[in-house]
Design a protein around this ligand. Structure first.
Ligand code: 2HA
Ligand code: ZN
Length: 397
């Protein structure tokens, strides 16, 4: 054991963060990983202890922006809870080659092993963050935060939904993560694909949520990065608790109040997160299930003969933008039934608001969908489907 390395502040900060994360319950078994881009002066301090005869291994992706850099990393399959007991069996210093294609271990992982399985994600995100923060960000942290994960099962997996819902949970949130949070749909961990998706988001955000998995965040130092993860998870915990009491909020922080907060705290918060929510998501400032009556609308349309399979196929592959638009304009539980004898299509949809829904017809995506469907069903001159409203004659809840 080498005192010179063990006493280095960046090593102590790293070990402490691993232990803090474990104590928060975010690192069951070998879950999670942490990497730190070591400063040149810190490497100087420990250089005499580093070995140079290690083997070069492919990173699995290319990070030319990190050529020649040194990183402190957790080991693949190692447990965060063991880092404090025996650091150098569980963590390592690695060096990146001059092309940003390979790495070698220059210290640590003394009992064998490899750097974290998420090394491609970490390094690609370090590369992005180094560029967009002019070298300020040095820490990338991935942890399995319980409450954030829980929310990925009940909230739409959209940046704007997660950002706004988390911001509303604690006044400090828009100040701690003013640029918001990004969301990555479920993906296989450990590879280049999830690394690419995450690094796209990290161009804009300091936090990416991995659906049904955890969070990924970036910061200038250990305190800021751990503090960021902690704040996001705390906000998520408050939301989970709130939703466990009832599925709506009686009151919350409103868009104008966020603008006032941003002004006083001198942070820029994008207007795209301050959208009008009253007709949108289930988790709403207005209770959509009790205080508001849902409008049940039914109508019929006509399909051309022989087009049944094609109509079904196109709907099975309904464009994600179209789904999102329908929800955004307050349409839910949309079903369409076909009478094979007459080729009549019966539609049923639940609406939050008729006027709002009427406006959906003016969206570009709706027009595009109509144009696309016009060859297989009866349409008006503007390609909208010929549709006749049906009268509701019975309802039992
Ligand atoms: O076990 O958390 O994402 C490490 C991980 C993989
Ligand atoms: Zn993980």
């Amino acid at each position: 054991m080498n005192d010179n390395i063990n006493n280095a502040l960046f090593v102590q900060g790293f070990i402490r963060m691993c232990d803090d994360g474990f104590n928060q319950g975010w690192h069951e078994r070998n879950g999670g990983n942490l990497t730190y881009r070591i400063k040149p002066e810190e490497i100087e301090e420990v250089k005499s202890e580093l070995k140079d005869d290690g083997e070069w291994f492919p990173i699995g992706t290319s990070v030319p922006g990190l050529a020649g850099e040194y990183f402190l990393v957790t080991g693949s399959g190692k447990y965060f809870r063991n880092v404090i007991l025996d650091p150098w069996a569980n963590i390592a210093i690695v060096k990146i080659d001059d092309n940003g294609e390979k790495y070698k271990i220059v210290y640590g992982l003394e009992k064998g092993g490899k750097p974290t399985s998420e090394l491609p994600s970490h390094l690609m995100n370090h590369e992005v963050k180094k560029r967009v923060t002019n070298g300020e960000h040095r820490v990338i942290y991935h942890c399995h935060t319980t409450n954030v994960i829980a929310l990925t099962f009940v909230l739409p997996l959209e940046d704007k939904v997660f950002t706004r819902e988390l911001w509303e949970m604690a006044t400090e949130c828009p100040v701690v993560f003013p640029s918001g949070v990004g969301v990555v749909h479920w993906m296989v961990p450990g590879g280049r694909d999830i690394a690419v998706e995450t690094s796209k988001l990290m161009e804009m955000y300091d936090v990416a949520i991995w659906a049904h998995h955890g969070i990924f965040c970036s910061g200038a130092d250990f305190d800021l990065t751990f503090g960021l993860a902690h704040t996001v998870e705390k906000a998520a915990e408050i939301l989970v608790k709130t939703l466990s009491m009832q599925n709506y909020k009686l009151q919350t922080i409103e868009p104008q109040e966020f603008r006032n907060l941003a002004k006083d705290f001198k942070v820029d918060i994008p207007e795209k997160f301050l959208y009008d929510k009253t007709t949108k998501y289930v988790i709403n400032t207005v209770d959509t299930t009790e205080n508001k009556s849902i409008i049940r609308k039914s109508f019929k349309m006509k399909l051309f003969e022989g087009m049944e399979d094609e109509y079904e196929r196109r709907h099975n592959e309904l464009w994600p933008e179209m789904k999102e638009m329908i929800h955004e304009y307050g349409g839910h539980n949309y079903s369409i039934f076909l009478d094979k004898e007459t080729n009549i299509l019966y539609g049923y949809i639940e609406l939050e608001n008729e006027e709002k829904w009427a406006k959906s017809a003016d969206t570009e995506i709706c027009r595009k969908w109509w144009d696309y469907m016009a060859d297989i069903m009866e349409t008006n001159p503007d390609n909208s489907p010929v549709s006749t409203d049906l009268k509701n004659v019975f309802f039992l809840k």
